[in-house]
Design a protein around this ligand. Structure first.
Ligand SMILES: O=c1ccn([C@@H]2O[C@H](COP(=O)(O)OP(=O)(O)O[C@H]3O[C@H](CO)[C@@H](O)[C@H](O)[C@H]3O)[C@@H](O)[C@H]2O)c(=O)[nH]1
Ligand SMILES: [Mn+2]
Length: 940
């Protein structure tokens, strides 16, 4: 109990074990300093091997040390919050403020309307006076289907909300609830359960039917006037504002089946025009802030993404305990809940649970003034979100009467408010700058939160035992990497913006909080030190240049201690946050991949643009996965999926380490003397390289061993092998590279060609996915059926496009190698005709090269020059492959001819070696060229 008998509505406790943690942190810091001392005092003398590499390592270690210090801000001063909701009800049950909840959706294809309305229903059913709740759905796709689904939801809510209240249901998303009910069974609600489930299934059926048809049936359309708004619709990026108040909370007739009031429910698709930038989610939120201010004007605003349903119906009350606390409540601008996910597997293969972030780091930030605003699951005071500055008397009058009389009809109101959501409304206003969410940054939320804190406000992090929101985490590696690219790019932009926590934050927010922001804002630059550490020591391992202290030297101690202590602590932290050991191991892998790909791209992207903000795209994270993708996700198999330049980078680094490791093994096995020497001076380097190889195991599987659809795309395999080999070649003699390359090439060949016996006619189809793709094909007639007869007639091949149009016609050919650009996407047919009376064996190869990455999710416009180089490289490699394959087939063909002439043994051997030598010469030549090109690439 506080002074004057004041009983607080929430409590803040400092984390236990802070003293031991701080002792540990100091010991880590000492080890880090010793590492720096070692680097400075042991610089190789001028002319000695590895002097510059040494400086590089020193720079990387300085960075790691500095970054580690920053991360202490997230751990040094953790606090934990708890709320007293019963006190809140006792004191304020009749004066609870209006709460406006904004749900955002942007694409009915990757955010299915069923998912959206489940989220909407879960929040409409909050344990909160329904007449004080208003739910707004912003649909950035302006999809009539989403509108229809919401209309259905507004009907279903009349049954669902009373049901939730009656049985005190959790969670209140119908889909999630029915899944949870199939596991447990409550006899007393069996009948109601069956009824409500039937209603839900019927609704689902109707919505899915309409989705399948792709349009709203006339009889449905005629039932609601709202549909007529779509008459003027031309495309998702070109349409009027659509606004429909589906449930008007002030209408006394808007009640559920028990006669109780329903929450207000509004659909909004703001106006979109191609010539106006819509500013993604920030633009949607600002339109909602304005529109809602004229409908319900709730004093508290909650944002929920359409993929995050409410899992805890009392979360609104939790948040209000902070805002309404008599002593400290007036300082609080926003209350952020963690983002949890319900599709996380036990060992979270993409580490997307953000476990340590939500169980440790945000508590650390909270100790220094409050967490970041990270989007969904955040409650705001409306006035602070609209730009209000903090002053001592910033208290809100919660009792405000918000039932202001409205004269106009709902329809008139809708028409009037549409202008608030128009493209031009914000011109020459402070919206997107001082008011509402800020524009121009891929993480609109973080920068908005920072500017609120800089205006003097505090924020609160609240992580209740029953998770407040559950969402959908990415289920493939490229999706994860793309999401992290957006985040790290946005955060890095903030550091370089005028709102930089480093400069602007000075004197406005606490030092601890500034350092804490620094941890996230510096995600992107982390790539440099990490790339250096994962590439250089391994390469120099083979050169025999030692970069770390010898085993017998005392200087090894700080290295061993820092590494061991850091990883032991991080494992402990992970387990303590509810993870598993394997989950931690996966987390380390993703940590590596994020740092070497997402962060790298984010870093380059940000610094290539002129400093300050620029238009970065918001690639929406997919929320649905194919059947087989989700099967593999459940089995925790890594999904590589479509081509992405990010995959090429991580694959190249992993292969480079594999090459180095293999080279090392070879040496160790072949020369014991070197082994002893190596072991003494190179132990740490070997360990580093070895760990990198082990951690990359799933990637090697994806590259070479797996056959399912989720394996690494072959184009990535080809590119990364070439890049890794050429980098390796820069260090080692080419001979070894060739050996390795030959092995990889032979692995790659599997699956490219087919060999078949043809009698009269044989046709093959090959699907070309994109218009404009290059189709490479080759065939060789290997064998005429009878050994004594050798026909020189060859076969005919006719190639036809998807619509039966003829593309190529070859007559009487024994072998051919050709390529063409597909004019149309679709199934191409390759028909062989054999006119000779004998069976023929034919080797046939076809491959489609796709070099325009336009439609890839993981695309990145700013990498075009790089992509172009890579695709040329890819082209070159395909040529090698074809050449090699063609040569092989030719060899066989010749061998058979020779066999017929009874000189088979000698000739076959001669031909084979000639072909092999030819292929090798070609490879050396091409690889040299590739290597030159690679130098070109790194200058881009
Ligand atoms: O033009 C757009 C693009 C996105 N969205 C919505 O924004 C939300 C977040 O998009 P999503 O693709 O799911 O991104 P995530 O990376 O999962 O989102 C995280 O990161 C975002 C900032 O990058 C935050 O806004 C989110 O709250 C946070 O969950 C979704 O509801 C979208 O429908 C829009 O409304 N309009
Ligand atoms: Mn999301």
């Amino acid at each position: 109990m506080g002074r004057d008998g004041y009983v607080p509505l929430f409590e803040t406790k400092k984390a236990r074990g802070r003293i031991p943690y701080r002792i540990f942190a100091v010991s880590m810091f000492v080890a880090i300093c010793l590492i720096w001392v070692y680097r400075v005092s042991h610089v190789p003398i001028e002319g000695e091997n590895g002097r510059w590499v040494w400086f590089g390592l020193f720079a990387a270690e300085l960075w790691f040390g500095f970054y580690w210090v920053l991360t202490q801000a997230l751990r040094w001063n953790r606090v934990y919050r708890s709320t007293f909701k019963d006190r809140l009800s006792q004191r304020y049950e009749n004066e609870l403020p209006g709460v406006d909840i904004f749900v955002c959706t942007a694409d009915p294809a990757i955010e299915p309307p069923m998912m959206v309305i489940n989220t909407v229903l879960s929040i409409m059913a909050y344990n909160y006076p329904q007449e004080k709740l208003s739910v707004y759905l912003s649909d950035d796709a302006g999809s009539i289907l989403t509108f229809y689904a919401l209309l259905e939801a507004s009907q279903f809510a009349k049954y669902w909300i009373p049901y939730c209240k009656k049985f005190n249901v959790e969670p209140r998303s119908p889909a999630a609830y029915f899944i949870s009910m199939s596991q447990s069974h409550y006899a007393n609600q069996a009948k109601d359960l069956v009824d409500i489930k039937k209603l839900y299934e019927d609704m689902k059926h109707r919505i899915e039917n309409v989705a399948k048809q792709g349009q709203i049936p006339e009889e449905v359309r005629s039932k609601h006037k709202g549909f007529s708004q779509w008459d003027s619709y031309s495309s998702r990026s070109d349409h009027d504002s659509f606004l429909q108040i589906l449930i008007d909370g002030r209408d006394p007739n808007a009640t559920d089946i028990d006669g109780c009031a329903l929450p207000t429910l509004v659909y909004l698709a703001r106006e979109k025009r191609p010539q106006h930038h819509h500013n993604f989610k920030a633009g949607a939120m600002n339109a909602l802030i304005r529109v809602s201010s004229k409908i319900s004007n709730g004093q508290i605003i909650l944002n929920v993404d359409c993929d995050m349903y409410s899992n805890n119906s009392r979360a609104v009350r939790d948040a209000l305990c902070f805002f309404m606390d008599e002593e400290k409540g007036h300082e609080v601008a926003f209350v952020q809940f963690p983002q949890n996910f319900d599709n996380i597997t036990v060992n979270e293969v993409y580490s997307s649970s953000l476990r340590v972030l939500s169980e440790v780091e945000f508590q650390g930030l909270d100790g220094y003034g409050g967490p970041l605003y990270v989007g969904t699951g955040c409650f705001h005071r409306r006035d602070t979100l609209c730009g209000r500055k903090f002053t001592r008397d910033s208290t809100i009058e919660w009792k405000r009467e918000n039932n202001t009389k409205r004269e106009e009809s709902v329809h008139e109101l809708e028409e009037k408010l549409k202008s608030l959501a128009s493209c031009t409304y914000e011109e020459n206003t402070q919206w997107g700058k001082e008011m509402g969410l800020k524009y121009g940054c891929p993480v609109e939320d973080v920068i908005t939160g920072l500017s609120i804190q800089c205006r003097g406000w505090k924020s609160v992090y609240y992580n209740p035992a029953r998770k407040a929101f559950l969402g959908f985490a990415p289920t493939t590696l490229p999706q994860t990497l793309v999401q992290h690219k957006r985040w790290s790019e946005g955060d890095f932009q903030i550091l370089l913006s005028k709102f930089s926590p480093a400069l602007y934050g000075h004197g406005k927010i606490s030092l601890g909080l500034r350092l804490g922001y620094g941890c996230y804002c510096l995600w992107a630059p982390n790539c440099l030190a990490t790339l250096y550490y994962t590439i250089i020591p391994s390469l120099y391992l083979l050169k025999g240049t030692s970069l770390f202290p010898q085993i017998s030297s005392p200087w090894i101690l700080p290295f061993v201690y820092a590494t061991f202590a850091k990883y032991t602590y991080s494992l402990a932290e992970f387990l303590w946050s509810g993870g598993t050991v394997l989950g931690w191991w996966n987390d380390q892998r993703i940590w590596l991949y994020k740092r070497t790909s997402s962060y790298l791209f984010a870093f380059i992207d940000t610094i290539l643009k002129p400093l300050g903000f620029s238009d970065s795209a918001f690639v929406i994270t997919a929320k649905v996965a194919d059947q087989d993708v989700s099967q593999r996700y459940k089995k925790e198999m890594m999904e590589f999926g479509a081509f992405s330049p990010m995959l090429t980078i991580i694959a190249t680094i992993s292969l480079l380490n594999l090459f180095c490791f293999a080279g090392l093994m070879k040496r160790l096995l072949m020369d014991e003397g070197i082994m002893r020497l190596n072991y003494e001076t190179m132990a740490l380097q070997m360990l580093l390289c070895g760990v990198l190889v082990i951690i990359n195991w799933p990637l090697y599987q994806g590259l070479f061993l797996r056959k399912d659809k989720g394996k690494m795309p072959s184009s990535v395999t080809v590119k990364s092998v070439a890049l890794a080999a050429s980098a390796y070649m820069g260090i080692m003699q080419p001979k070894l590279v060739l050996e390795l390359l030959a092995v990889f090439m032979s692995i790659l060949q599997v699956g490219y060609g087919i060999r078949f016996v043809i009698d009269r006619e044989e046709c093959f189809s090959h699907k070309v996915e994109y218009e404009g793709d290059t189709v490479h094909a080759s065939f060789v007639v290997i064998k005429a059926d009878s050994s004594w007869h050798f026909s020189q007639d060859g076969v005919d091949l006719v190639v036809k496009g998807p619509h039966g149009d003829q593309i190529h016609d070859f007559r009487d050919k024994i072998s051919e190698k050709f390529e063409f650009v597909a004019r149309q996407k679709g199934v191409h047919r390759f028909c062989f005709t054999n006119k000779s009376p004998y069976h023929e064996t034919i080797d046939f190869d076809v491959h489609v090269g796709h070099y325009s990455y336009q439609d890839d999710h993981a695309k990145d416009e700013h990498f075009n020059p790089l992509l172009e180089q890579i695709s040329k490289l890819e082209e070159a490699l395909y040529n090698i492959q074809f050449e090699q394959h063609w040569l092989e087939a030719q060899t066989e063909h010749q061998a058979i001819v020779n066999e017929a002439m009874s000189r088979r043994a000698i000739h076959k051997a001669i031909w084979e070696s000639a072909a092999l030598i030819g292929a090798s010469v070609l490879q050396v030549y091409l690889l040299h060229r590739l290597f030159e090109r690679k130098l070109g690439i790194s200058r881009v």
